[in-house]
Write a new protein. Structure first.
Length: 129
């Protein structure tokens, strides 16, 4: 499982790197449309860390002979990601006050969808193995 788990989590690393590269290259363009790259980078890092945790959880669930454990791990992973990202957004809005960047939060919400889709795709690949 170790090698297979690393190879499928490589897709998460690629997504994380691509988003960060786009943020570095397009920082000036993002600022002109009102998106702070640091807010998006924070959401990207948080989502990446949670997705790695969830893929590890899915890898353990696949080994369980009870098929319900796998489906519960997918639902729990999505719920954990949603709650952590929601709490992070609320904390950010409370701390940033007038300097908040709502557009950056919306990009973070879009990244949530991308990471969730990729995570479920990885989980299904683990289930096939």
């Amino acid at each position: 499982m170790g090698k297979g788990l690393f190879s499928v989590s490589g897709k998460l690393w690629i997504l994380f790197a691509i988003v960060n590269l786009l943020l570095l290259v397009g920082n000036t363009v993002l600022l002109t449309i009102g998106i702070q790259a640091v807010v998006v980078a924070g959401a990207n890092a948080l989502l990446f860390a949670i997705a790695l945790f969830n893929v590890r959880m899915h890898g353990k669930a696949v080994q369980n002979p009870n098929p319900h454990v796998f489906s519960r791990s997918i639902m729990a992973g999505t719920f954990i990601k949603l709650m952590v990202l929601g709490m992070a957004a609320v904390i950010y809005l409370l701390l940033a006050k007038q300097n908040r960047n709502v557009a950056g939060l919306f990009v973070g919400m879009a990244l949530y969808l991308v990471y969730t889709f990729l995570e479920v795709k990885i989980a299904l690949q683990l289930n096939k193995q």
